[in-house]
Design a protein around this ligand. Structure first.
Ligand code: 5GP
Length: 213
């Protein structure tokens, strides 16, 4: 029987970045709640667990020794030393298996990690979530109440440098109203799924049919 080309389509690799406090987490949550075919990749990190964070859902929390062992055994798609003394990394096996089986995967990672992933997977879709303005970002960061004043300053500085690199992304989505931001990302993904470059087998099949006419 002829293979249905739609059935063998790989999932989309979706990279979401944006400054701390911009609301990436809520936007990603909205996306996976509204779309059963989209899943989050769970990163590993050496940073301390925050209140309300859950092991295996927010992150896989690792000691520096455990993280080093994972680096040595090649378990990461990419990893990064972000802020202070914390490591963050994307476990490779889960992402590759899910993409192969047709699931769309979100990587919520920093700008450097995003660009590393884009080099490995040029077809990945990179989306930068931006605040409506810097004042809103600062008050959201303060409102979170999880950081020391020094850490807050450092994160705000990091936010400014991330914003200066928006030009390296494929798309920008302003997170003013969460539902609207989620809707915009859904539109981006829908357009990407219809792109010519992602539909080569379908096009080849159609064109083969044309030649037989
Ligand atoms: P947080 O400590 O606020 O959870 O995250 C700090 C930063 O690390 C965010 O910009 C987040 O997107 C980034 N991050 C989280 N996981 C990863 C990862 O696996 N790889 C990279 N490169 N960055 C990550």
């Amino acid at each position: 029987m002829e293979k249905n080309v739609q059935e063998v389509k790989k999932g989309l690799l979706i990279i979401i970045s944006g400054p701390a406090g911009v609301g990436k987490g809520v936007v990603c949550k909205g996306l996976i709640e509204r779309n059963s075919n989209i899943k989050m990749s769970v990163s590993a990190t050496t940073r301390q667990k925050r209140p309300r964070e859950v092991e295996g859902i927010s992150y896989f929390f690792k000691t520096p020794e455990e993280f080093s062992r994972m680096i040595e055994s090649g378990e990461f798609l990419e990893y990064m030393y972000v802020f202070d003394s914390n490591y963050y990394g994307t476990p490779k096996a889960y992402v590759e298996e899910e993409l192969e089986s047709g699931t769309d995967i979100i990587l919520e990672i920093d700008v450097n990690g995003a660009m590393r992933v884009k080099q490995i997977y040029p077809d990945a879709i990179s989306i930068f979530i931006a605040p409506p303005d810097l004042g809103t970002l600062k008050s959201r960061l303060i409102g979170r109440g999880t950081e020391t004043p020094e850490a807050l300053e450092r994160r705000f500085g990091a936010a400014l440098s991330e914003i200066s690199r928006i030009g390296e992304y494929d798309y920008i989505v302003i997170n003013d109203v969460v539902d609207k931001a989620v809707g915009k990302i859904e539109s981006i993904l829908s357009a990407e799924r219809s792109s010519v470059k992602r539909n080569k087998p379908l096009i080849d099949k159609l064109q083969k049919g044309c030649n037989q006419q």
